[in-house]
Design a protein around this ligand. Structure first.
Ligand code: SF4
Length: 291
């Protein structure tokens, strides 16, 4: 049995940067350090940061003083304003530059006096923040019917799949001709999706590593299932089951943008261990010494 890891899998630039900032801040700060929401959608990383004294705080009202790190998803402009007004609070903004670009795109479409439509997940923190830049009459497209005005501006959550973007655009295009479209899907997401799809097509089985609360990891698992391959989404190597690998010739492994490389390595190593134990010597096979 062979194991192949997708060419591009695991931590993306924005997540790597945010996590690095969090560890560096924890190491040098003399004040309490917190993040607004979990720094990334990976429970293992969040837990490890807690051991460094970095707490994830859900409500901005709970943050009083010390150091606050804004995660790569960014934050609603009103919340940012409230936080900046707090005396004794140092803000470290780890918003991914690509998310900042999407926020600027939303503001630009709003300034053009268009109704801004964001294609993405309504409850995702990045989308909630984007909506703050997109203006009051903006809305999140959910593939169901939406009331579309005559002049619209369209953008996407950075981790949206290209397929979902195209599908939504087809629908919106059938409602109005006046569309200013800004493609804000991040390249890191696109290449992870492309590499995963290529690997899934060749593999007998796919293992997707990452937080269950990670939208982009769940999307990778969804895509693998769509090409008809048995797919298991695991957070750690402890969830792997030997029976999954009984008939697999090639096992593909991929990981979302919020999955640390070390976790992927642990999963690969455990698959090797599990499958090595299973490979029993073939009965009746005599080994001849080659002279
Ligand atoms: S997926 Fe893209 S936009 Fe999102 S954090 Fe990573 S690099 Fe930034």
């Amino acid at each position: 049995m062979k194991i192949e890891v997708a060419k591009r899998a695991g931590f993306c630039f924005g997540v790597k940067r945010a996590v690095k900032l969090a560890y560096e801040t924890a190491a040098k700060s003399r004040q309490a350090v917190c993040t607004l929401g979990p720094i990334i959608h990976n429970p293992q990383v969040v837990k490890d940061l807690e051991s460094w004294g970095v707490k994830a705080i859900e409500k901005p009202s709970r943050v009083k003083n010390g150091v606050l790190i804004i995660r790569s998803h960014g934050v609603h402009p009103r919340v940012l304003q409230q936080l900046r007004a707090k005396k004794g609070l140092t803000i470290i903004d780890a918003t991914c530059p690509f998310v900042t670009k999407a926020q600027k795109a939303a503001a630009c479409l709003r300034d053009e006096k268009r109704q801004v439509i964001i294609i993405g997940e309504k409850e995702h923190p990045e989308v909630i923040a984007l909506k703050g830049y997109a203006g009051r009459d903006s809305m999140v497209f959910n593939h169901k019917s939406v009331k579309v005005g005559p002049r619209i501006g369209v953008l996407a959550q950075t981790t949206l799949s290209t397929d979902d973007f195209v599908k939504a655009l087809k629908y919106l295009g059938s409602k109005t001709n006046d569309i200013h479209l800004i493609n804000t899907i991040c390249r890191a997401t696109q290449v992870r999706q492309q590499d995963t799809m290529q690997l899934a097509k060749r593999s007998d089985l796919m293992i997707v590593v990452g937080g269950r609360n990670s939208a982009n990891t769940s999307r990778l698992a969804e895509m693998c299932r769509k090409v008809g391959k048995p797919t298991y989404h695991v957070e750690t190597e402890d969830e792997l089951k030997a029976r999954w690998f009984s008939k697999a010739g090639l096992v593909g492994v991929t990981a979302g943008a919020s999955t640390p490389d070390a976790l992927v390595r642990k999963v690969v190593s455990r698959i090797r261990d599990i499958t090595a134990k299973k490979e029993k010597p073939v009965k009746g096979l005599k080994v001849q010494k080659v002279q």
